[in-house]
Design a protein around this ligand. Sequence first.
Ligand code: SAM
Length: 248
Amino acid sequence: KLSERLNKICGLIPPGSRLADIGSDHALLPTFAVREGRVPSAIAGEVNRGPYDAASKQVAEAGLQSQIEVRLGDGLAAIEAGEADVITIAGMGGALIVRILTEGKAKLAGVQRLILQPNVGEDLVRRWLLREGWLLTEEHILEEDGKIYEVLTGDRSLSAVEDNARLYAPTTVGEPPVRLEADQLLDFGPFLVREASPVFHRKWRSEIAKLEGVAASMGRSDSEDARGKKESLERRIQRLKEVLACLP
Ligand code: SAM
């Protein structure tokens, strides 16, 4: 049985697409997507030999070698431009996802949808999508085995620039209404903050607790630079709390 997280990602793949799953590990996602008939074929990319072998074994055991090709390569080096309609990159940090997309930019020609599931640094992924002219079309948040995951989709769209501008325009949410600027929408996720689900609240309560831990560990300092950093962190925590308190 596929995890709820991978199941959610699979459900966001437009049926019939040619899929490339980068950092596929055991190739669970492409195996499931092909077996379910969601996609006709897939490429599973892996940079490390261990997971690459595991993926090859998984695909062979499922008897899907004619539909799923397992390839060794760093990020998008595993594919050629035009080979995939959809790329999934899941289960790594946002900074790594951004590095893979940036270094592999030439391979994105022809790709219609990116489905990205950063474990941390989701804001970096949103900022990259915005910068590169991909329209953020969906955001999902879910909790599984005590961990909280965000799944983001970016689509090619001729009106991406205008639509993104609307998505990240300053807006008010909650009661009493609180004003959010683009920076905060990029941090929270413009769809997720409007939805303000219980999981979203749990995620941000735990983020705040982590940041409070960091602020406490900064202690007292004589250096102006360190004091400034601590004060800026405390302002950020305060602001996060204010926003969360207003959301439904
Ligand atoms: N995508 C699967 C999932 O979400 O369940 C596996 C996630 S696993 C935690 C991360 C995988 O990404 C590892 O198997 C690792 O080898 C692979 N990986 C890390 N950096 C990579 C890169 N630059 N290119 C391709 N794969 C990479």
